[in-house]
Design a protein around this ligand. Sequence first.
Ligand SMILES: Nc1nc2c(c(=O)[nH]1)N[C@H]1C(S)=C(S)[C@@H](COP(=O)(O)OP(=O)(O)OC[C@H]3O[C@@H](n4cnc5c(N)ncnc54)[C@H](O)[C@@H]3O)O[C@H]1N2
Ligand code: MOO
Length: 473
Amino acid sequence: MSSPDNAAGAPGRPADEDRVRSVDEHLADVLRHLTPLEPIELQLLDAQGCVLVEDVTVPVALPPFDNSSMDGYAVRTADVAHATADDPVVLKVIGDVAAGDGDLPAVGPGEAARIMTGAPLPPGAQAVVPVEWTDGGLGAGPVTAMRAHSADPAGATGQVHVYRPADTGAHVRQRGSDVPAGELALAAGTRLGPPQIALLAAIGRSRVLVRPRPRVVVISTGSELVQPGEALGPGRIHDANSFALAAAAREAGAIAYRVGAIADDPATLRSTVEDQLIRADIVVTSGGVSVGAYDVVKEALSSVEATQWGDSDDEDEEPAKNADRAAEPSATPDERPRTGTMEFRKLAMQPGKPQGFGLVGADRTPLFALPGNPVSSYVSFELFVRPAIRTLMGLEPVRREAVTARCAEPIAHSPRGRRQFLRGHYDGDQVTPVGGAGSHLVKALAHANALIVVPEDVTEVAAGEPVEVLPLG
Ligand SMILES: Nc1nc2c(c(=O)[nH]1)N[C@H]1C(S)=C(S)[C@@H](COP(=O)(O)OP(=O)(O)OC[C@H]3O[C@@H](n4cnc5c(N)ncnc54)[C@H](O)[C@@H]3O)O[C@H]1N2
Ligand code: MOO
């Protein structure tokens, strides 16, 4: 199904398609053609999970004014200095100060203003006495709460008995005590999670400059595929991959567009890819990359204009998509891609041996053609597409961090010369293989939370031996 350009043994590219590459070589080849997306200004919630590309400073002190941290009474400290439970101080209540009030009563000697949490400290007051240290104006000993203003409007007037003293600044949140004006709130490079979004909102920012989430279009291929919810006919199976890959793209931080399943018809796939390029920063297909007679992705995408990205020595090519957005070019002239076709490769890994990658269309959109077996496509996504998404988002590290764990059960066989990614359950201490090596075992995948990595030169693992584990999720 290869195009004449890169068929095994074709002039200029001798048997290239048959050269088996390592996982690391493939990932490096992919990543050197990707650069982070151009920053854009987004509304705060749309920027969640994105990397900030500006230093954000605080325009106005936070909090912007001295305010009460308790519901109580704003007082002058000298007035309450000798207050005790047996000999309370009696103050005149001159009014209420609620959160949001701007017109504040001045508190003079012998006076108190009833104040609510978050309300500005009125002039003259130096401290807040919590309502629990008073009689709440009711004259019947300590209370546990104020009465609602609607039920007792007179509570804002009359007298209050105070049973304890309060030092200057007690229960008062000072202006700028969170962060003073002019200070750095968040540095460029910060990933925006809920707490960072809280800070941005608190200092009044409604929009921020970030690297956007990549838009990932997911297309599964195969005439056997039926959408979930629809009945299976003879020889048909449900399309698991477009859901798995769209979910994985979202989990990696991308915006996923699931196109669903395309039949094994090259013209349909080609036009679908071309149609989708307008909304894609990355295209991911599953299936149709092996050596069968209906391997539609290979057949179709060999004729979509793409950029050859491996082993190129052509210096006349244009840069990769978004390369103009990078501070520094990621590839030297000798490494840069040239216009040509998608490249399909064999990798020394299991699952995930057949892989395709190219930069397609006018914008040189990265296209990952992943193998169709459900576990193969998911593992391939983890190893190659997830790092690509993170690269476009400017996230570090791009790869999942590996840990070492004891393997609870033996692994009887792993293919020599291929890096195997077995599914496993990792409990933070040891890892237990889940299911076998078969790349159709979706249930085992669903019950695993990690990949067990068995190196190329290891063919068996004894129980209790240390193995490399990639925790997922
Ligand atoms: N003669 C050879 N045959 C195969 C080789 C090989 O080297 N020589 N490699 C095998 C390996 S490894 C893989 S992986 C697969 C990859 O094949 P394709 O990418 O062409 O995938 P398909 O043939 O389309 O599908 C494979 C398998 O997965 C099922 N499938 C496909 N799409 C979905 C989906 N969206 N949801 C659920 N299941 C899906 C499909 O029905 C097939 O059973 O090739 C081997 N063959
Ligand atoms: O390499 Mo395939 O992805 O083993 O099943």
